[in-house]
Each structure stands twice: as structure tokens, then as C-alpha cells.
Design a protein around this ligand. Sequence first.
Ligand code: SF4
Ligand code: SF4
Length: 445
Amino acid sequence: MGKKLFRGGVHPHDEKERTASLPVVDAGLPERLFLPVSQHIGAPAKPIVTKGDKVLGGQVVAEAAGFVSVPIHASTSGTVRSVAPYAHPLGAEQLAIEIEVDGEDTFVEAEGPMEPIADPFNHDPNEIKTRILAAGIVGMGGATFPTHVKLSPPPEIGIDTIILNGVECEPFLTADHRLMLDRPDDIINGLKVILAIFGLDSGFIGIEKNKPDPIALMQDKAASLGGVEVKPLEVRYPQGAEKQLIHAISGRDVPSAALPMAVGTVVQNVATAVAIWEAVTQGKPLTSRICTVTGDGVKEPKNLLIRTGTPIGYLIEQCGGLTDDIAKVIMGGPMMGLSQYTLDVPSTKGTSGLLCLPASQVRTEPQKSCISCGRCVSSCPMGLSPTTIYNFIDADRVAEADEWDTLDCIECASCSYVCPAGIPLVQYIRYAKGRVLARRRQLGT
Ligand code: SF4
Ligand code: SF4
């Protein structure tokens, strides 16, 4: 296995010093939770509760609606107050289940499809995957792709490499950093469950070198538990993107428009590995996670243990509230996160961070004309020409944008970060991807 640096990328200051050394604290329970039925890539889950129903924590409140879908569980006990459209982190309102929290925090017994498995390393792989689906587990690095799907490649595809992603290259965020310090055994055991599914003996954990404490701890645990190699990786954004991580660890290049399975590889986030371990051995569905609330626009940055469905305004209150000069709250980090228009928006299974930025750190100058400097091209880790795609989509030339491999864009925002003209290239390219997909659907290609 080689160790290679991907092409392109950028070096933003990692800004992790605010929270990297802070232990995780429990955010507690808000008065109301709002559980969107769409917290994952794929079909939104289908609600199975109605107004007035009493629910317990861990109870399924919305069922998976197809293979590429997962169920949603109540993240504490209470009473359903509505099943209606509500603010969603992606922008437009989406269906959500509102729960008035009773404060008892009573959870259902783990039984039926969630009954704990005593020996998960020697168990039927299909039953393990069924358990992972029943627990509603999705990629917790932010991609939120249903995990059981990722663990079910077509039978003709051989998987020989499993990589856990502990890179956390997004600036400001330290949720995975703290998880690796707090739960190293559970991460490795979760990896071993994944290895057992594929009949493999060993796997990898990739961590950027700017996290020496989790690297040392994970290497120590890996040495005692065996079967795992921890790979310290060069610090360069977006080292944690799947294709870049696979290249760095194995030297393999995932072809254009292909998935990691095309090169025999499955990548999972370290938090997803812990969720798998808890689901399989404790019957615990995915109802909580670590979230970093940070930036100079929040008074007391923290790493919080949060319940899914918690309004982000409540989480910010647990961190002393926003500063007077707040200008922007982003769900996620500064590169790939999404600005939020209301603090009523609930956290989801993919909420790894909330970044609060004061006015002095938010760009306000208008975008200028492209000066053809080529920096966006040399920064693109996917070998794309962002300026060309931008020019085509700005001129409504969707077919040409498609020819320039727009769909290969991983939306890392490296191009926007380096552009001296302040052109929000990633936003144009995200829009271009939507247009290209719509055109392909129209043409049936
Ligand atoms: S074009 Fe896409 S992949 Fe390339 S730098 Fe821009 S956002 Fe990243
Ligand atoms: S970085 Fe900005 S100014 Fe330079 S070529 Fe790309 S779009 Fe044009």
C-alpha cells in the first residue's frame, strides 16, 4: 500500500485550537425536538406516528422508504405534537416530526431487529447489515449516505480494503478528534465488524498529522487489538474526501464518475464505526452524535453531545449564545458547510459542527470578473477546470458543462477559497451539477 499525496487542494488554517482540547459535554434536552424525515441521501423516511402519540427514545417514528433510505428514531421520550413541514438545514422546509420532550428520557428496550448480538465478529453478515439499517445509521462525516447500502456492493465486486476516515480536514471542527480520544476501542471494534462483513482481517484508519494525540492513542490501541493500521496523513484540504483518502492510503485512483467500490474499497467515518458498534452490541439506534459549536461568533465554543432533532439555537445557547457582531451561522465547516437562515433549524445525523462567524470574518465585497489566473484549476483536487464550468453554466450552456466533467466535483470549495475575484465557484458548480443531472434525465442518458 503506497502513501501518496493527491493533486491540488489548499492549506486553510485549521482553526481547531478553540475546541481540540475541550472534552465533550452533554448538551441536554431541549423542550422540543424536530426530526426531519430526510436526514440522509435517498428516499425520505415515511412517518408512522401522528399528533398526540407518546413515544420513547429509540422508537422508530419514520420507516425507511426503500433500499436507499433509513428509519428515523425518536432521540428522547415525549409526545408527538405535529408531523408537518418545518425548517431544514438544506434550505426549503421539509416534513419533520415534532416531539414535545417529557424530560424523562426513557428509551425502548432493545429487542426484535435491535436485539444485541453477542459475537458480532462471527455472525451472519446479512444480519449485521440488517441491524445497521434498523439502527438508521448513515455516514456521519457529513455525507449521510445510508451505511447498509455502502456495505452491500453488488456480489461481483470484490472488496479488499476498508478505510476508516478520521481525517476531519474541515477547518474548525473537532468532533471526530474528540471521538478518537474518547472512544478508540469502539472505533476499532466498529471497524472490525465492517471487516467481518467482508471476511477481511485488517483495515486502515487515516488521520491527518495535525492530530498527534489521537494518532498516538489510536496507534497504541491498534497495536494491542491488532488487525488495524493507523496511517498518519499529510495535512492538506480536502484530505478527508473519499477519493483523496483512498489515493493517500492505497495509491488507488477511483475513476471518474465511479464509487470507491470500483477499486475494491469501502470508506466509513470513525463516528459511523462507533454507531455500528453500539447498534450491533447494544441495540442502540443512531439518535445522538458529537457536534463542535465554534467560531468567534459564539461566546463559549464547545464539543457537545447532541440529540438529533435539536434546534441549533438551543445548542448555541448551551455555548453562551452568539456574540453581538454575529453575521453568519453555518451548519458544518467553512468549506463545505451550509449557511442557515434561522436558528430554528434542527440538527440531523450529519451535523458535525456549527460555525458562528462575526461580521469581520465574512466576505462582503462583491464578486469581480475572472482574471484568468488559473488558481482554481491548480487547486481542484479532482482535476477540473472550475472557471470553465463557471463560464459555461453562467452562459446557460449545460451540455458543455457536462462535457467538462461537472458531476465529478466533490463540492470541496477549494476553488472558491483561492479565487482572488471572490467568485463563489462552488455555488455555481453545485448549481451546474443540478442542471446537468436534469438534462441527463430529460435526455434519458
Ligand atoms: S470544482 Fe469542485 S472539486 Fe474542484 S475545487 Fe471546486 S468545489 Fe472542489
Ligand atoms: S481563480 Fe477565480 S479569477 Fe482565477 S481563473 Fe479561477 S475563476 Fe478566474
